[in-house]
Design a protein around this ligand. Structure first.
Ligand code: ADP
Ligand code: ZN
Length: 606
């Protein structure tokens, strides 16, 4: 029985979706759920969660009900399924009454395979009655971490979803999330009554993403250099903390020849969704956004995700960077980080309205994030360790590629701590560094700080070097910034053993921002590199064909074919439908819809 189910699942994967094999645990999950079991699935972004419920819904009798908070994206999801020949629809508040009635009828008569429903809609008596009167194949609860009250995506309606288990005890449920930590997992199991569900925890590694964290000098220019030298013409996302910075950065990129669009919660709804839609539909757009942007954005060919400000936690950072390279092709996660980021994030915690317990949780999360920034070892190892996974150095992050230099920083840190102490812990970073470097300024004369024993004891280092040392001293908790009083630097209890000489401090050597080689006009993103010149031409041609086709169908380009599929076509150069059938991502429906056009296009170019 179960192997038969496995064979049928594989057949659906091949004929409908056009993929030759399941990835990772997909096959086991599909078999388990198709066989009627409950499942809790933790898989990183891009891991391939959708198929885990779509295929069981096709294999089981009745309609698969997908609960999702992402109303704005339901249309695209349904369109993407239509492209592969799966009958899907959605029920949400954006529809007319007549349209809902029509969909409800299809659900009742079992004429569709999948229906997407917003959680608040699902909870209405009308909807529950509809489901009771229909044959339900399964419930899929997407973005299941929204049930967690600790998380930043908390949705109160999600808590009520436990009702599904009570009203439909015999229907299998599958909850899915890309949030990995134990606390969230436990909360999902508890609140959705999935304690007995089988848990499928995938590795959270995203080997195709290259992690880079650079010391911030002038963040904007560094960003521009990074995009032009490594990702010319690619689609990407740039995250900033504030709305103002989003606007300014988008404008700056546009002035420098990069097509960038802003996105933040302060924009008008129409403008914001128009920008989102352009990002999804057009090629090579850079979205500059606050973290309000991104959940459920399943554009597979986002080639880079940049952070111009430090994220609050590793969970957030990993979720955001995970939006790069869902298609499995090489992608980058790049961040610029400096003293100001540490100060600002600590300040936001101090000044938040949260109670002490919550502030402590925030502090612990920030410390882990800082640890990642300051680490001397592999970034990926650090990230995965945070999610409870062991790994060896990856060879695809900045610290693996250009190992940072560490040094015994005990003496400079002692100098720094003494200087803070000698100016009575009443001055901010700039002044303390001036004192250390023996700079003469009006303020130094005014306070007679040039007569202090610490004046000039750090003249051998540049200001940037001292900032890097101070940043690390704050990151490891030796120094705090008092935001109430002129951002003055203060020593913590942890500073004492260092000052007294009992404890050594290991620091990361300040690395002068290297000026990357200038972008040349032929600068190409590295994904494009492994095609020969003529194949590259075919690929470009196929991309144009895709743009036109997508526009004609009113869907995002990747819904027609993802880059990986177009690249494989360019390599294989199919001259018959049969050749094309073997390409990953070409299922039966797409073969019928586009096969002739593609074969003709290739034949023309050979
Ligand atoms: P997630 O929801 O986990 O972020 P998706 O379900 O959106 O991931 O899948 C990410 C990408 O990987 C999609 O483009 C999808 O078509 C592709 N994909 C998923 N499973 C497979 C597979 N078995 N073989 C090839 N591509 C796959
Ligand atoms: Zn590494």
């Amino acid at each position: 029985m179960s192997t038969d189910l496995g064979a049928r699942a594989l057949e659906q994967l091949e004929t409908v979706f056009g993929y030759p094999a399941f990835r990772g645990q997909q096959g086991d999950i599909v078999e388990h759920v198709a066989g009627g079991g409950d499942a809790l699935v933790l898989m990183p972004t891009g891991g391939g969660k959708s198929l885990c419920y779509q295929i069981p819904a096709l294999l089981r009798d009745g309609v698969g009900v997908v609960v999702s908070p992402l109303i704005a994206l339901m249309q695209d999801q349904v369109d993407a399924l239509a492209e592969v020949g799966v009958r899907a629809a959605f029920l949400n508040s954006t529809q007319t009454y007549e349209e809902s009635m029509r969909i409800e009828r299809l659900v009742r008569t079992g004429e569709i395979d999948l229906v997407y429903v917003a959680p608040e809609r699902l909870m209405t008596p009308r909807c529950l009655e509809l489901l009771e009167a229909s044959k339900i194949a399964l419930f899929a609860i997407d973005e299941a971490h929204c049930v967690s009250q600790w998380g930043h995506d908390f949705r109160p309606e999600y808590i009520k979803l436990s009702i599904l288990h009570e009203r439909f005890p015999s229907v299998p449920r599958i909850a899915l999330t890309a949030t990995a930590d134990h606390q969230t997992r436990a909360e999902i199991a508890l609140r959705l009554q999935l304690d007995d569900a089988r848990q499928f925890v995938s590795s959270f590694d995203r080997p195709n993403i290259r992690y880079q964290i650079v010391e911030k000098a002038n963040g904007r220019n560094q960003l521009l250099e990074f995009i032009t030298t490594e990702h010319g013409g690619d689609a990407g996302i740039v995250y900033c903390l504030s709305r103002k910075k989003v606007e300014e950065t988008a404008e700056f990129l546009n002035q420098n020849g990069i097509r960038a669009l802003p996105y933040h919660a302060g924009m008008e709804y129409e403008k914001r969704s128009a920008n989102q839609s352009r990002f999804l539909r057009e090629e090579s757009i850079v979205m500059v956004a606050t973290i309000a942007f991104g959940m459920g954005i399943d554009k597979p060919d986002v080639r880079f995700v940049c952070h111009l400000d430090l994220p609050k936690s590793i969970e957030g950072y990993y979720q955001e960077t995970g939006r790069a390279g869902r298609d499995g092709l090489p992608a980058s996660a790049w961040m610029a980080y400096g003293l100001q980021d540490v100060v600002q994030q600590r300040r936001m915690i101090d000044e938040s309205q949260a109670d002490e317990t919550f502030k402590r949780v925030l502090g612990v999360k920030l410390d882990a994030m800082l640890g990642l920034c300051e680490t001397l070892s592999c970034r990926r190892t650090r990230l995965l360790e945070y999610f409870g996974e062991r790994s060896t150095p990856c060879g695809n992050c900045d610290t693996c590629l250009i190992p940072p230099v560490s040094f015994d920083g005990t003496v400079p840190v002692q100098k720094l701590l003494s200087a803070i102490y000698r100016v009575d812990q009443r001055f901010a970073a700039g002044h303390v560094i001036d004192v250390l470097r023996g700079v003469s300024s009006e303020r130094i004369t005014q306070w007679h700080h040039d007569s202090l024993s610490v004046y000039g004891i750090g003249s051998e280092r540049t200001e940037a070097e001292w900032r890097a040392i101070l940043r690390q001293a704050i990151a490891i908790g030796l120094v705090t910034v008092d935001h109430e009083v002129y951002s003055s630097l203060k020593l913590t209890d942890a500073a004492r053993p260092v000052l007294k000489g009992g404890q050594k401090v290991q620091l990361r050597q300040y690395q002068k921002p290297v000026k990357p080689k200038r972008a040349t006009s032929s600068s190409k993103s590295h994904v494009e590199l492994d095609l020969s010149k003529s194949e590259q031409e075919i690929f470009e041609k196929l991309r144009w064909w895709r743009v036109e086709t997508a526009r004609a169908h009113g869907v995002p380009a990747y819904v027609i074919f993802v880059d990986a599929t177009l690249r494989e076509i360019a390599k294989v150069k199919p001259t018959s439908l049969n050749d094309l059938r073997g390409v990953s991502g070409v299922g039966e429906k797409k073969l019928v819809s586009y096969g002739d056009e593609i074969v003709a296009l290739i034949s023309e170019m050979l």
